[in-house]
Ligand binder design. Structure first.
Ligand SMILES: Cc1cc2nc3c(=O)[nH]c(=O)nc-3n(C[C@H](O)[C@H](O)[C@H](O)COP(=O)(O)OP(=O)(O)OC[C@H]3O[C@@H](n4cnc5c(N)ncnc54)[C@H](O)[C@@H]3O)c2cc1C
Ligand code: HEM
Length: 414
């Protein structure tokens, strides 16, 4: 089965917090007037029913999908990383997300627009979409078995065409305002504590981002293996960005950045992403909570508050399990000495050292209440989750708690 790509004239999108910041990248300005549902209720029901059939077989179906995609279209193989095992399911997860959103066209368009722009860094072209659509439908048909009908196939063809249209249009529009990739030369490296490096890069072209956003990075040693890192600085006049990278045991990209990278090496940056930006805050007072290298975007936000003249009171809590893991305290204490609006407290949970003892949620409870603050959380997923729960119990509303997605960010949109 071949797909025809219907060009539906523009991919409208709702603005996002990052779009409202003056420093946010261009290319996010299209306002929807009306967005029509791509499918009828009946077609939506057919698609949902077929997903329910294949969902338990998702792992096998994904393997099959990639196998036939690479067999039928070997030219796309080189776009994907060598081993696809760990994150093979992302395409399927995106499709499930799309199925969930299918009766909310505005969110659907926003989600697919994000996906389409994000795909520019992979080198995806409009001509690749029919190939992926064909293999996707062949996989669905195979795993749905007798439940697969002509009518379901037609509904999927229509849905995939609508999604592809939005992804392609969003990518094309994005291409008119910014590059897909920004080569950036490593200009400085500093090792900070066990397995942590500060990596400063100079992009070859202006890289517009807002403090608190993150960038995807690919290194020359692991082509096509994209990972996310947050600049630890607000935008600088010289355009450099400093990332704090922790070498994860066995980690492909983090080990390379910490132990292999040298000044003069060139990495590629993808477009900045993320909504954890200062303009998302509505209250005057900010609570910032950071664990480990989660400090990076928080540090950038603190610099941004300083850049804007210190108009927020900022309470910063840094947490770690042990004193040795506590990271960046001296740097932040120096900033607190310079800025009267910043207070810094450190907490260590698994070791007795003078100062504050306890997990971050415990310490937060002790120093609260925080319900009149905007909250920025960054660090290990467990820490962010427990801090969120603690703050919610203390009365902080969910929309005032800002944090980055733990996993594939593009799947967390909207
Ligand atoms: C929005 C976002 C922002 C991020 N910002 C930063 C940042 O500023 N600094 C930073 O150092 N990292 C950051 N990360 C994590 C980073 O993107 C990588 O996931 C991490 O560097 C591991 O990549 P790797 O290639 O070295 O490991 P992989 O080769 O991908 O994984 C190797 C092994 O390590 C495990 N693993 C992967 N990530 C972690 C982790 N974070 N902790 C413990 N084990 C892990 C995997 O499960 C696997 O078993 C961020 C992630 C996201 C989603
Ligand atoms: C409806 C169509 C599609 C959907 C829903 C989709 C979804 C996704 C998602 C969710 C990811 C993970 C993104 C991330 O890690 O940041 C991804 C990655 C990727 N996609 Fe797509 N995609 C689609 C079409 C295509 C097409 C047409 C191509 C071109 C061949 C393509 C090539 C890739 C590549 C190369 C990756 C990176 C894989 C990796 O790093 O493991 N995609 N896709």
């Amino acid at each position: 089965m071949r797909f025809r790509i219907r060009r539906a004239g523009g991919a409208p999108e709702t603005p996002q917090p990052e779009e409202q910041t003056p420093a946010a990248p261009a290319g996010y300005t299209v306002e929807p007037e009306t967005v029509e549902a791509p499918l009828s209720d009946h077609e939506t029901a057919l698609i949902r029913a077929s997903v329910a059939v294949v969902e338990p077989l998702a792992a096998d179906m994904t393997v099959y999908f990639y196998a036939i995609l690479f067999a039928r279209y070997p030219e796309v193989r080189s776009m994907f990383p060598p081993g696809l095992d760990a994150q093979r399911d992302r395409l399927l997860r995106a499709l499930l997300r799309i199925v969930d959103l299918v009766d909310d066209p505005e969110k659907l368009v926003r989600f697919c627009g994000h996906l389409g722009r994000d795909h520019r860094k992979f080198g995806t072209l409009p001509a690749h979409f029919p190939a992926v659509g064909e293999c996707l439908l062949a996989s669905l048909a195979r795993y749905a078995g007798p439940a697969w009908t002509q009518e379901i196939a037609a509904a999927w063809t229509k849905a995939y065409g609508a999604v592809a249209d939005v992804m392609i249009s969003a990518a094309e529009e994005d291409a008119t305002v910014r590059p897909a990739l920004w080569p950036a030369t490593i200009v400085h490296l500093a090792h900070r504590g066990p397995g942590i490096a500060e990596v400063t890069v100079q992009p070859h072209m202006p890289y517009a981002y807002a403090a608190g956003q993150y960038a995807s990075i690919v290194t020359p040693w692991h082509p096509r293996q994209w990972r996310y890192y947050s600049p630890a600085n607000a935008p600088r006049e010289d355009g450099t960005l400093t990332f704090h990278v922790r070498a994860v045991p066995g980690g492909t990209v983090s080990q390379a950045l910490v132990h292999r990278a040298a000044v003069g090496d060139v990495v590629q940056l993808g477009a900045p992403m993320g909504d954890m930006v200062l303009d998302a805050a509505v209250h005057g007072d900010l609570l910032c909570v950071a664990g480990g290298t989660g400090l990076a975007p928080i540090r950038a936000l603190v610099e941004e508050v300083a850049r804007r003249g210190g108009r927020h009171q900022v309470s910063l809590f840094l947490g770690a399990r042990t004193g040795a893991e506590l990271y960046g305290v001296d740097d932040m204490l120096r900033m607190a000495q310079r800025h009267h609006w910043l207070t810094v407290r450190a907490a260590v949970s698994d070791e007795y050292i003078p100062g504050i003892r306890g997990s971050l949620p415990e310490v937060l409870t002790e120093y609260g209440p925080w319900y009149q603050h905007d909250v920025f959380l960054s660090g290990p997923a467990a820490m962010v989750t427990s801090a969120r729960e603690t703050l919610a119990l203390g009365g902080t509303s969910a929309d005032r708690i800002h944090y980055d997605p733990f996993d594939t960010p593009v799947l967390a949109t909207p």
